[in-house]
Design a protein around this ligand. Structure first.
Ligand SMILES: Cc1cc2nc3c(=O)[nH]c(=O)nc-3n(C[C@H](O)[C@H](O)[C@H](O)COP(=O)(O)OP(=O)(O)OC[C@H]3O[C@@H](n4cnc5c(N)ncnc54)[C@H](O)[C@@H]3O)c2cc1C
Length: 477
């Protein structure tokens, strides 16, 4: 038992919010002082340029939110266990709380820390909050984790999701605050270089902005089912970035959308289904951690994917100059805004893994560097799903055709005009912004002619199908 009045260290990670926060609510119920802390450890240092920069913006907003309720965000750098031990010495804290993470590296780290601190007589508790359902609570009738999305979606529909608790009006401060680093000194935006100035207007960080975004979306949820695939429309919720940093929790979204569903909003069910895709990704990562690093289906290990990141084709893909307008538009949207429409993510991923026959890991790594909504589980699952090596992938060899996708999901070419400057008499500001965001060393200009396809659609498709067919050939003795 921790001493009755000792402080509780609340270690924040991907849960930068005050409401719908079970660990914070539990800490509040004790009536003890709370020391909120964020630790810049190796896991945070390993983030790609855009998510790390976005994290910095989130921390700034979160620290402000804490200061408005009489608290502070203590920032410390180093190995998490060392930092926590030193904070325990500085504050006399007897307890450490955190919200659970599900990545293999977080699980390993947290398990080590829990055991070390418990051994020193410190009370350690972890809480739910990042997901709707803990991964070990959802299983098939035979007790196995779901390998397919649709049966999991059916299984969770009748489940209770705990009602989110409101955030506190005030947090009890400790008698004295421990020392803290300055956020600016961490330079979390360093790797973004020129891109930060261009992407900044597209980002509204923080919990308050996240709730505003949800409110705004609920006014247009009726059109969600119909418009969510249209790359030229604002049909989706744009909440992924907030969910990724935990500036909003999925339980709050679930309950607000359920309410909309009860009033008959037609898009609500389709939306909840997408939110459960996020759960599915997390449950897969929890049960099969190799989702992040290797083909989920090992039979794909023999597929002859290229792994050289420096071929002219792969460079063209990264630089959004493949000569396939919908592919380039998606990649440019990501570079300028930090996010990409889901339909475009599927198309650019399909072009890389099928037409360019390149390993999905190369694409997933590029996304991990460029997406402000980067999420380890959703990114890995998304790439493997498109590549064919993942769960729930089509039983046949699906190759998205960017030409037909363009006709269906960008019929007036509004998306392409928004993102491709070359060849346009009066390019849109967003299309020009791409050239201000990219490194100068790429040597690209909006006045360049738009390139010819690096690999033609027919040629790439034929090559990929041939590789798939030969992979399937039975081995003869
Ligand atoms: C190759 C690829 C990579 C991806 N990488 C990421 C990533 O790094 N981070 C990320 O959050 N999503 C990723 N996704 C999933 C999806 O593209 C985004 O979640 C979605 O575009 C976010 O926009 P939104 O919030 O407007 O989505 P909405 O359509 O409004 O959906 C609501 C929420 O549901 C969840 N969701 C929706 N679709 C999916 C999906 N297919 N998989 C998992 N969760 C989903 C997200 O949390 C999203 O915010 C990836 C998909 C693909 C195909």
């Amino acid at each position: 038992m921790a001493p009755a009045h000792s402080a509780i260290i609340l270690w924040f990670r991907r849960d930068l919010r005050l409401s719908d926060h079970p660990a914070l609510s539990a800490a509040m119920r004790t009536g003890r002082p709370i020391v909120p802390v964020f630790i810049l450890d190796d896991a945070v240092q390993a983030l790609g340029a855009a998510p790390k920069w976005r994290l910095g913006l989130g921390l700034e907003a979160f620290a402000k939110g804490l200061s408005q309720i009489g608290s502070r965000l203590i920032l410390r750098q180093g190995a998490a266990l060392d930092v926590l031990e030193s904070l325990i010495r500085d504050t006399g804290a007897g307890t450490v709380f955190w919200s659970r993470g599900y990545e293999p590296v977080s699980i390993a780290r947290d398990t080590r820390i829990k055991s070390a601190l418990t051994g020193q007589g410190i009370e350690v508790r972890s809480f739910a909050g990042h997901l709707l359902f803990e991964p070990w609570t959802i299983a098939t009738k035979s007790g196995q984790p779901f390998r397919m999305f649709t049966p999991m979606w059916r299984a969770v529909q009748g489940r209770d999701v705990p009602t989110p608790e409101p955030g506190p009006a005030r947090l009890m401060a400790p008698e004295g605050w421990p020392g803290s680093d300055q956020l600016a000194d961490w330079q979390l935006g360093r790797d973004m270089r020129r891109g930060a100035r261009i992407a900044r207007p597209f980002i509204r960080p923080g919990e308050v902005a996240a709730r505003d975004q949800l409110d705004g979306f609920l006014h247009r949820i009726d059109q969600y089912a119909e418009q969510r695939d249209r790359v030229d429309k604002t049909g989706t919720s744009d909440l992924s970035e907030y969910l990724s940093l935990g500036e909003i929790g999925p339980r709050m979204i679930w309950h607000r959308v359920q309410n909309a569903a009860r009033t008959g909003a037609p898009g609500a069910d389709a939306y909840l289904r997408q939110l459960v895709w996020r759960e599915f990704a997390y449950h897969l990562m929890y049960h099969w951690p190799h989702l992040l690093t290797d083909n989920w289906k090992p039979e794909w290990d023999t597929f002859p994917w290229g792994t050289d990141p420096d071929t002219p084709e792969i460079r063209a893909w990264r630089q959004a100059r493949t000569g396939i307008p919908l592919v380039d538009a998606g990649l440019r949207q990501m570079y300028v805004t930090g996010r990409m429409h889901n339909r475009a993510r599927m198309i650019v991923a399909s072009y890389l893994t099928k037409h360019l026959m390149t390993h999905w890991k190369l694409g997933a790594d590029w996304f991990a560097d460029c997406l402000t909504d980067w999420d380890p589980a959703a990114n890995a699952m998304g790439w493997q799903w498109v590549a064919g090596s993942g769960p729930d992938a089509a039983p046949y060899f699906r190759i998205f055709n960017p030409q037909t996708q363009r006709v269906r999901f960008d019929p007036d070419e509004g998306y392409i005009r928004r993102w491709i400057a070359e060849g346009q008499a009066r390019p849109e500001a967003t299309a020009l912004a791409y050239f201000d965001a990219i490194p100068r060393s790429w040597g690209l200009s909006p006045d360049d002619p738009y390139p010819e396809p690096v690999v033609g659609l027919k040629q790439g498709r034929t090559r990929a199908l041939r590789a798939f067919e030969s992979r399937k050939k039975p081995v003869r003795n």
